[in-house]
Design a protein. Structure first.
Ligand SMILES: [Zn+2]
Length: 474
């Protein structure tokens, strides 16, 4: 089971944040972008982005070359300082890291943190091309597209996302019970955009470039370079930033409406590319996902490839009691320990928990607790929404039974059994999910996971763990 908040894809985000072409007294002026409706406060963007960035820095290999980072900072801040005043948010802090990844990609998180892949800098032909991708990403941040997308999402789709946000609130203290999955999973949610938002970012990005002294057509050129890369690199950026249609033409048209007052460049681009040639090897996205990249992360890398057998001792019959939050007490087999506190609370035996550098964590035996928003007041419906979100990071997850009522420390709960294919072993695994409401209407869930061939033993263990739960929220 991979504990990672899923990437939600929305079939269609309705276009209300429309682009309005303004014609003033017969003369064409630049396109005016209206930021889409957003129910979140800018301070929410800042918090979400900061948490996700911290997770990204743990899980991605950050390039250890200050000169390259400073150069990216110079270009990025030049652009950020040229965001038009109406799209500036004083709370936002634009900040730039370089990831030692060969795939052409870059991503920006709500509130300002941006990650630029080394491969993007290496494949670019000019500084303006790098600036083009960065200006596009900055525009998503300035227009607050991540939280605007969450605003538009229907309740059942937003449930798990909001649960992630609310998890810290529900838990109350540090080390609190946070909704399923890592914040880095959350960040991928904020990086997938609709074509409508893509068009907005292309247009505003062009305007920012012109103000900063870069030729907006370099953005279009870089998109062409990304398209031509194809293969293993390129498509990821394109799947996060789909072509809104005639992208190249649209940017070129906008460029004609813009005046690039004085041409700007750091003059360092050639030096930076030369430096990168001597910066040792970089890693593909796949290698990073497989835990092969060297990073500052000191978690246990997931074993490379799939290992058919994971050696784990059977659950002890004696129990050990934990109090992971101020409102929860639980007893688990005494040979399990608490792991992965930042990403939800997991109890697992030695050898069953993996800190996956490609995103989130995976465990083969044990239980995980988390919270998710209960948005419907109907436990079965909210549980189904939660399952949908789990299924997005566990594509082989299938429900094997209906929902049965179960008593969870005196509260009504639901339990269901599922099957999955373990990301770690490649083998079938058994999953038991229990949900119940907390007093504030949010859901508490418990996921038990074991290999399919040990399902009987572990099903009993999960039932014992559930019976031990004491929930004392009010
Ligand atoms: Zn985009």
């Amino acid at each position: 089971m991979t504990a990672r908040l899923s990437t939600h894809r929305f079939t269609r985000v309705l276009a209300t944040g429309a682009i309005t072409v303004m014609l003033a007294t017969g003369a064409a002026t630049q396109t005016h972008i209206v930021a889409p409706k957003n129910n979140y406060a800018p301070s929410d963007d800042v918090k979400l982005g900061r948490d996700a960035a911290a997770e990204a820095r743990k899980e991605l290999p950050i390039l250890n070359d200050d000169r390259v980072r400073e150069w990216v900072q110079d270009v990025g801040l030049r652009l950020a300082n040229n965001i038009p005043a109406e799209y500036q948010h004083p709370e936002f802090k634009y900040d730039f890291d370089v990831v030692n990844e060969s795939d052409i990609n870059a991503f920006a998180l709500p509130g300002g943190p941006m990650f630029v892949n080394r491969g993007m800098i290496e494949k670019a032909h000019t500084e303006g091309e790098v600036a083009g991708v960065m200006a596009h990403e900055l525009s998503h941040v300035a227009l607050r597209h991540g939280t605007a997308q969450a605003t538009k999402a229907q309740k059942f789709q937003i449930g798990a996302i909001a649960g992630q946000i609310l998890g810290a609130v529900v838990g109350g203290t540090a080390g609190s019970l946070i909704a399923q999955g890592s914040n880095f999973g959350l960040s991928t949610y904020f990086m997938k955009f609709s074509r409508e938002y893509e068009s907005q970012a292309d247009v505003l990005g062009s305007q920012i470039m012109a103000r900063a002294g870069y030729d907006p057509r370099d953005m279009a050129n870089m998109f062409k370079t990304i398209e031509q890369e194809g293969g293993a690199s390129g498509p990821e950026w394109l799947s996060d930033h789909p072509d809104p249609g005639n992208r190249y033409q649209r940017i070129t048209d906008e460029a004609k409406l813009l005046r690039v007052n004085s041409s700007y460049s750091t003059g360092q681009f050639a030096n930076i590319q030369t430096r990168l040639k001597n910066d040792g090897r970089s890693y593909t996205a796949q290698e990073i996902a497989d835990g092969k990249a060297k990073t500052a992360n000191n978690g246990t890398p997931r074993p490379a490839g799939r290992t058919a057998n994971v050696r784990v001792d059977p659950p002890s019959s004696s129990l050990k009691t934990y109090r992971p939050t101020n409102f929860l007490q639980v007893s688990v087999p005494s040979n399990w320990s608490q792991v992965g506190q930042d990403n939800g609370i997991t109890y697992a035996p030695q050898g069953a928990f993996y800190d996956s550098q490609g995103g989130g964590t995976a465990f083969t035996h044990g239980v995980e607790f988390g919270t998710a928003q209960g948005s419907s007041g109907n436990l079965q419906r909210d549980t189904q929404s939660l399952l949908q979100s789990f299924a997005r990071s566990n594509p082989n997850l299938h429900q094997q039974s209906g929902f049965s009522r179960v008593n969870v420390n005196g509260r009504q709960g639901l339990v269901t059994q599922l099957s999955n294919v373990s990301e770690v072993t490649g083998q079938q695994e058994f999953v038991q999910l229990t949900t119940t409401y907390l007093r504030d209407g949010n859901m508490l869930y418990m996921i038990g996971v074991s290999p399919q061939n040990e399902a009987n033993t572990y099903n009993n263990t999960f039932n014992r763990v559930r019976s031990s739960l004491k929930i004392s929220d009010r």
